[in-house]
Write a protein that binds this ligand. Structure first.
Ligand code: ADP
Ligand code: MG
Ligand code: ZN
Length: 473
C-alpha cells in the first residue's frame, strides 16, 4: 500500500543571524541573558516608536541568497504580518510578503540515489518573536529578549521526496550558511529551526495532495522522524477514504507522533500590508557585487580541492568540512607542510577528539605543520606525536626544537633495534612460548616491551619486522 504513494516535502528554515544588534533597534542579540534585559521600547512594541533597519541584516541575507544561487532583488520591501500571540507584543511581525530579498535559487544535495538540485523559492528577512516559558508554578512567562532578533526564512520548493533528501538538504543548507559566516546555526539555541510541509500523492499522479505543516523542529533527527510518521498517517487517512486536513501539527519528541494544533491560516488571514515606517530596500548591482566579493569559498568548492589537490578521502574531507573553523585551521596547516593526509589524520584523530562543542586548537598552525612534517619524514613515531601534541596543547612550542633538544627522534637504525629485540626475546621466554602456542597477544606484549626499552622511540614498523623475523627463526 505504502508503495503506491510518494511524499512531497517543502521545508521552511528559520536562521538567526549573528548580528551584534537586533533588526530594528540597538539592543544586544547575545544569547542567554537574564529575561527581558535586552529590550527597549522598539522591540517591546510600545506605541509611537520607529524601527530602523540594521544594514547588516540585509547584507547577511544577500550573502545567504548568493550562496544558494538566488536572484537578489534590487528593490524589495517589508510588510506587517498581523496576528495576535502573547510572544508578539506588537501584534504584528515585520516580515517580507510579496517582494522578498532573494528568490529562485537552488542547492545541490547528495543522497544514496545520487545528486539532485532542490529549489529555493525565496529567502526573506524578518524579526523573531519572544519566547514563552511555561512553568507549572508561575504559569506562562514571557521573555522578550528574542523579540527583534534578525532572522532569514529560507523556503524550499516542494522538491523533496524522502526523509533522506530532507536530511541531506538540511545538512547542506546548514553547512552553506555556516561558511557564509552569517549564523552559527546552533540547533540547541534555536538558531536553525525547520518547519516541515508534507503531502502525499499516488505515484504517477501530478497534482499535489493537501499538505500539513509541522512547525519548529530543531533537530534533523526529529525532522526525519516527523516525516516518517506523518507520511504514514496521511496514507492511512486517504486509505480510510477520508481527506487530509490542511493544518498545523505539532511533532511530539517523546512519542514520535504528530498532533493537530490548529487549522492552517491563509495569507489573507494575516492582513499583510507594507510597513509604513520602513522605506523600501534598494540595492545597486555594485552593492550586490561588493557583498559577493566578501563571501569565501563554499563547502562544495572546498571539498573538490580537499579530495583532488590534497588527496583526502571523501569521508575525511567531510569530517574536516563539517566545521568551517576546522577547515580554516586545516588550510593554514597545509600551507606549511606537504603531508596533507597526515595533517588530516592528526586533526581528525587527535585534535577533534580533544574538542567538545566548539573547535579550539591552542597550537599555532605553523607548529602543527612542523609536527606533521616530523611524522611524515619519519623523524618521530606516532606515539611521540601524541605526547608532543598533549604538551603543545598546554603550552605551544616548536616541536622540531624540542625533538632535537630532548632526543625524541625515532630510532630507525636496524642494528640498534635488532639488539633490542634480541634482549627482549631473551628476557621474555614465557611470552615467546605463548606466541608459539598461538597466542597473538603475546606478540603485542613483546612489541610493547621493545618499545618500552627504547623509551617509546623505536620505529614501530621496523621493530615489528625484526621481531617477526627473529621469533620465527
Ligand atoms: P506558508 O506561509 O503558508 O507556510 P510558504 O509559502 O511560506 O507558505 O511555505 C510553503 C511551503 O510548503 C514551501 O516550502 C512549499 O514548498 C511547501 N509546499 C507547498 N505546497 C505543498 C504541498 N502540496 N506538499 C508539500 N509541500 C508543499
Ligand atoms: Mg509555513
Ligand atoms: Zn530593542
Amino acid at each position: 500500500m505504502i508503495k503506491d504513494y510518494e511524499m512531497v516535502i517543502g521545508l521552511e528554515v528559520h536562521v538567526e543571524l549573528k548580528t551584534e544588534t537586533k533588526i530594528f533597534c540597538s539592543c544586544s542579540t547575545a544569547y542567554g541573558a537574564a529575561p527581558n534585559t535586552h529590550v527597549c521600547p522598539v522591540c517591546m512594541g510600545l506605541p509611537g516608536v520607529l524601527p530602523v533597519l540594521n544594514g547588516k541584516v540585509v547584507e547577511y541575507a544577500v550573502k545567504a541568497g548568493l550562496a544558494t544561487n538566488c536572484k537578489i532583488a534590487n528593490y524589495s520591501k517589508q510588510d506587517r504580518k498581523n496576528y495576535f500571540y502573547p510572544d508578539l507584543p506588537k501584534a504584528y511581525q515585520i516580515s517580507q510578503y510579496d517582494i522578498p530579498l532573494c528568490k529562485d535559487g537552488y542547492i545541490t544535495i547528495k543522497t544514496s540515489e545520487g545528486t539532485k538540485n532542490i529549489g529555493i523559492t525565496r529567502i526573506h528577512i524578518e524579526e523573531d518573536a519572544g519566547k514563552l516559558i511555561h512553568d507549572f508554578r508561575y504559569g506562562t512567562m514571557i521573555d522578550c529578549n528574542r523579540c527583534g532578533i534578525p532572522l532569514i526564512e529560507i523556503v524550499s520548493e516542494p522538491d523533496i521526496r524522502s526523509s533522506e533528501e530532507a536530511n541531506a538538504y538540511l545538512e547542506k543548507l546548514r553547512s552553506i550558511i555556516l561558511y557564509t559566516g552569517i549564523s552559527d546555526c546552533k540547533n540547541n539555541e534555536g538558531a536553525f529551526r525547520c518547519d516541515v510541509n508534507l503531502s502525499v500523492r499516488k505515484k504517477g499522479q501530478e497534482k499535489f495532495g493537501t499538505r500539513t505543516e509541522m512547525k519548529n523542529i530543531n533537530s534533523f533527527h526529529y525532522v526525519v522522524q516527523a516525516i516518517e510518521y506523518e507520511y504514514r498517517r496521511q496514507i492511512d487517512v486517504l486509505e480510510a477514504g477520508e481527506e487530509v486536513v490542511q493544518e498545523t501539527r505539532k511533532f511530539d519528541q517523546d512519542s514520535g507522533k504528530t498532533y493537530a494544533m490548529r487549522t492552517k491560516e491563509n495569507a489573507n488571514d494575516y492582513r499583510y500590508f507594507p510597513d509604513p515606517d520602513l522605506p523600501p530596500i534598494e540595492l545597486t548591482p555594485e552593492d550586490i557585487e561588493k557583498i559577493k566579493s566578501e563571501i569565501g569559498e563554499m563547502p562544495d568548492a572546498k571539498k573538490l580541492k580537499f579530495t583532488t589537490t590534497f588527496g583526502l578521502s571523501e569521508s575525511d574531507s567531510d569530517m574536516i568540512l563539517s566545521d568551517p573553523n576546522i577547515a580554516k585551521y586545516f588550510e593554514e596547516v597545509v600551507k606549511n607542510t606537504s603531508y596533507f593526509k597526515i595533517a588530516a589524520n592528526v586533526l581528525i584523530a587527535d585534535v577533534m577528539r580533544m574538542n567538545k562543542d566548539e573547535f579550539v586548537c591552542p597550537v599555532a598552525p605553523e607548529n602543527m605543520a612542523k609536527l606533521v612534517t616530523l611524522f611524515g619524514e619519519q623523524v618521530i613515531n606516532s606515539s611521540t606525536v601524541k605526547k608532543l601534541l598533549k604538551r603543545m596543547w598546554e603550552e605551544d612550542f616548536d616541536p622540531a626544537l624540542v625533538v632535537e633538544k630532548e632526543g625524541l627522534a625515532q630510532i630507525n637504525d636496524r642494528e640498534i633495534l635488532s639488539a633490542v629485540v634480541e634482549d627482549v626475546l631473551k628476557a621474555n621466554e614465557k611470552l615467546v612460548n605463548d606466541y608459539h602456542r598461538g597466542k597473538e597477544k603475546a606478540f603485542e606484549a613483546l612489541i610493547g616491551n621493545a618499545m618500552g626499552r627504547t623509551g617509546g622511540k623505536a620505529n614501530p614498523v621496523i621493530i615489528t619486522e625484526i621481531l617477526k623475523d627473529k621469533i620465527n627463526q
